[in-house]
Design a protein around this ligand. Structure first.
Ligand code: FAD
Length: 286
């Protein structure tokens, strides 16, 4: 199924997982996916190459999500280190394995590695995929501005170019203050971007992890959130439960404000994802 059809019917719920690290058997992810399936997500997306994980596992995992677990899948594909020939090869493999949805990204530059030069921006990869396949293409967006961009106006202008190149839906970077999302959503609408935008929510399970993530992506930590982190940083169970409660409160508010969908960064932790989803399950009714 092409995922853009989802939003006509309901508020979507999707999960993001990453392939296991190279010293862990790839099969370990399948128990995680089985457990995540309990929450009945509309789709699961699988990252590519992020954090030293195995890029070639992305397609295998997506194919399994779809065929063995009966859940729709989206494969992430960063273009920065791909030549056009390699991108064509990836597209062909995805097609062969029955994948219909791609999250087309630029990807982050790795120290000491020269970009291939064929896809300078994600929008170049989006148009290339649209020209060479019939995939549904998803794009990434940044309510608090992409870290390399000088201001929100330029970032939204660049986002419009990406959407016009062929993205039928967007997924946001994680954020902890819903007001930044509402402000961003309004600005994108003014700019004429009218594809569905799924809100990216990451439950906090430990302080170190969240500080690392937020340093990387420049997400603002609201006072309320910092108070919770500081209070429970030495009590892992309380921290986990507070993180779950915070994510639930974000989701309730987003759905009440007619968000198109929720994309949960699961960190491959089905316990937390399922706790959150069972607390808000009735809100996702069509
Ligand atoms: P782009 O849309 O190309 O934007 C990158 C920067 O270039 C922005 O500052 C933008 O304003 C600017 N820009 C864009 N077009 C132009 C233009 N024409 N002229 C001037 N400036 C321009 N990374 C991975 O490696 N693997 C993953 O699996 C992965 N999954 C992700 C999933 C989500 C939901 C998100 C939000 C991010 C993910 N990332 C992943 C990280 C992503 O690759 C980085 O954030 C990267 O820095 C930007 O990717 P992009 O696709 O948003 O790039």
């Amino acid at each position: 199924m092409k995922l853009n059809e989802l939003f006509e019917k309901k508020t979507s719920l999707s999960f993001e997982v990453f392939p296991p690290k190279s010293d862990t058997p790839v099969e370990t992810i399948y128990d995680t996916i089985e457990a995540l399936g309990e929450a009945k997500p509309d789709f699961i997306s699988v990252t590519y190459g992020a954090g030293g994980s195995r890029s070639n596992a992305t397609i295998d995992i997506c194919a399994s999500i779809k065929q063995k677990h009966g859940i729709e899948a989206a494969a992430h594909l960063p273009g920065i280190y791909l030549t056009k020939a390699q991108a064509l090869e990836q597209i062909a493999q995805m097609k062969e394995r029955g994948i219909e949805n791609v999250l087309a990204l630029r990807g982050d530059r790795r120290e000491g590695e020269e970009p291939a030069g064929d896809f300078r921006y994600a929008s170049d990869l989006v148009s290339f995929i649209k020209e060479n396949s019939d995939f549904n293409v998803i794009g990434a967006c940044y309510p608090e501005v992409h870290p390399e961009c000088a201001d929100i106006v330029s970032d939204i202008k660049n986002l419009k170019t990406k959407v016009d190149a062929g993205c039928s839906q967007l997924i946001t970077q994680l954020f902890f203050d819903n007001e930044t999302f509402y402000d961003f959503r309004e600005k994108t609408a003014i700019a004429g971007i009218n594809v569905p935008i799924e809100a990216g929510i990451m439950p906090v399970v430990n302080k170190k992890q969240i500080l690392r993530m937020t340093t990387l992506c420049h997400a603002t930590l609201p006072k309320k959130f910092l108070t919770i982190m500081n209070k429970y940083e030495d009590d892992p169970i309380a921290m986990r439960d507070a993180g779950i409660a915070y994510a639930v409160s974000q989701i309730v508010d987003l759905i009440a404000n007619d968000v198109d969908g929720i994309h949960l960064y699961t960190m491959n932790n089905p316990y937390i994802a399922n706790k959150i989803c069972s607390a808000v399950a009735s809100l996702f009714r069509s």
